[in-house]
Design a binder for this molecule. Structure first.
Ligand code: ZN
Length: 399
């Protein structure tokens, strides 16, 4: 694999390091420092001069329907799988794939296959066993064995609570699956978390509070997402973060006057709340259906989540004057810590060479994944296997 010398990067690691040069090789960041010497020609290194543009860790999107999600409004509403550049052109270099409402027509075998396909194409990818429902979708028959024996599966999700589409899990059922996930995490060093889909239901996070009150399970095992979908739910989530849970904000579109916080609003509110800064993340729900239901539980309208929502949210935060080093951990280091991905989320020698370069306006201009350039000056350099032909446009990538 080619060696690359990146010069004159204004590095946010995510903490600001100032002007640095970086040497990438073998998929890793080999060296970071100042005033790197030119490399001997025999090394065949290429040099990229960023001229002071900002270089960030690649974004980690912890909630992605890599196989395509949806299916709430008939089989025709099953969303196609997003392709490689859907992720990379927006700075996402790591994804965690999962199943949602449809965990019967789609399964964990398909999920693992797609995670491995994305890995072959140069992205970093992991996945969750299970889906919305109980008993959980698995390959081996138990989530504990799936996590123990299937390399890329690192937790369980998205298990639905407080939602009319959920299995209406009881406290005992939640505790059982959380304990299996936690123990598998201990056995393997994997994240071992239950990523909980929160619906609009008035019960909110009550089940999780009772799980914390009535078990020995550490709070980090419970990882609620979509917590910004109702304003009162978000207040509950902040309280849970104070108790040790990491909460996940979804970067979905929010209409004017809706009882929800958009992702930028939610992150600002979180940071202002004084809750622990390392216990908040932002994910996109890419490839997932974003249905709006009427009072009868019927789909009234639909949208599709896209990974570009992370970069859009970061850009909005910067435009509002939030310091880059304050906003960035929720997209990078906080996610890596929760998911126990030590090579991810930070710019440090020895870590994976996953980087995003943003221009003066905060827009993504260049992306490296595993040391390879995927985006340069806004142009996609690498496409997925079935991208690029006129018959296979990535429709889920449209904003
Ligand atoms: Zn969900």
């Amino acid at each position: 694999m080619k060696t690359t010398l990146v010069r004159n990067a204004d590095v946010y690691a995510p903490e600001p390091l100032g002007r640095r040069d970086l040497l990438l090789g073998g998929g890793k960041l080999l060296w970071i420092g100042t005033d790197a010497p030119d490399l001997p020609e025999a090394f065949g290194a290429s040099t990229v001069d960023l001229r002071g543009r900002r270089l960030l860790p690649g974004f980690i999107d912890g909630h992605v329907h890599v196989t395509g999600g949806g299916g709430e409004a008939g089989f025709a509403s099953r969303v196609p799988a997003p392709m490689l550049s859907h992720y990379t052109r927006s700075g996402v270099t790591t994804v965690v794939g999962l199943l949602g409402t449809d965990d019967v027509a789609r399964g964990i075998r398909d999920l693992v296959a797609q995670v491995n396909a994305l890995r072959e194409e140069g992205l970093s990818a992991w996945g969750y066993a299970g889906g919305y429902h109980l008993p959980p979708a698995t390959i081996t028959g138990s989530v504990r064995a799936d996590l123990a024996f299937i390399d890329c599966l690192i937790g369980v999700g998205e298990l639905a609570i407080s939602d009319h589409r959920s299995s209406q899990p009881t406290l005992d059922e939640l505790l059982r699956i959380a304990s299996e996930t936690h123990v598998a995490g201990l056995m393997t060093g994997k994240a071992g978390i239950v990523h909980l889909h929160l619906g609009d239901g008035a019960r909110g996070l009550d089940l999780v509070r009772r799980a914390l009150d009535q078990s020995e399970l550490p709070p980090r095992v419970f990882n609620p997402t979509h917590v910004n979908r109702r304003k009162a739910l978000f207040d509950e989530a902040i309280e849970l973060a104070r108790r040790g849970c990491t909460i996940d904000i979804t970067a979905f579109p929010v209409a004017e006057g809706e009882d929800a916080w958009n992702a930028a609003d939610a992150l600002v509110r979180y940071l202002d709340s004084g809750a622990p800064r390392e216990r908040v993340t932002v994910s996109s729900d890419a490839g997932g259906c974003l249905p709006c239901f009427d009072a009868e539980g019927r789909v009234a309208s639909m949208d599709v989540g896209h990974s570009g929502a992370l970069a859009d949210t970061l850009q909005e935060l910067l435009a509002r004057g939030v310091a880059l080093e304050d906003a960035l951990p929720a997209f990078t280091s906080n996610v890596a810590d929760l998911l126990r991905l030590p090579g991810k989320g930070r710019i440090v020698a020895g870590a994976d060479a996953d980087f995003v370069v943003i221009d003066g306006s905060g827009a993504v201009s260049d992306v490296f994944a595993g040391g390879r350039p995927h985006l340069r000056n806004g142009a996609v350099l690498r496409h997925g296997t079935f991208e690029g032909s006129s018959r296979h446009n990535d429709q889920t990538g449209a904003h």
